[in-house]
Write a new protein. Structure first.
Length: 97
């Protein structure tokens, strides 16, 4: 089972709304499941950064950072999409008033 946490401040969702939060989690997991090439961030850091005197280490570090930034931005886009879909679903629900 895949679990994930979404920052409450980022989404603007009150944690006292467990059903809405659950729906948001389910939307996000469904979006992630649709991704064919979703990568994970590389947490090990660039290899050879300290050992290279030719500047090659800096190039490797820059590539590593750029890749992780692209992966992070992809996840941010998925979260924003889930929040938008959740808001649209919330707007479609009939009000009790």
């Amino acid at each position: 089972m895949i679990t994930c946490e979404i920052d409450v401040e980022m989404t603007g969702i009150d944690s006292s709304q467990p059903l809405r939060r659950q729906r948001l989690h389910e939307l996000l997991l469904a979006l992630i499941a649709r991704e064919d090439d979703l990568e994970l961030m590389d947490g090990d850091g660039p290899a050879g950064l300290a050992g290279s005197a030719s500047g090659e280490g800096a190039v490797v570090a820059a590539r590593w950072l750029e890749r992780n930034q692209r992966v992070f931005q992809k996840y941010q886009a998925l979260v924003r999409t889930a929040v938008t879909l959740d808001a649209l679903l919330d707007g479609e629900e009939p009000s009790d008033s």
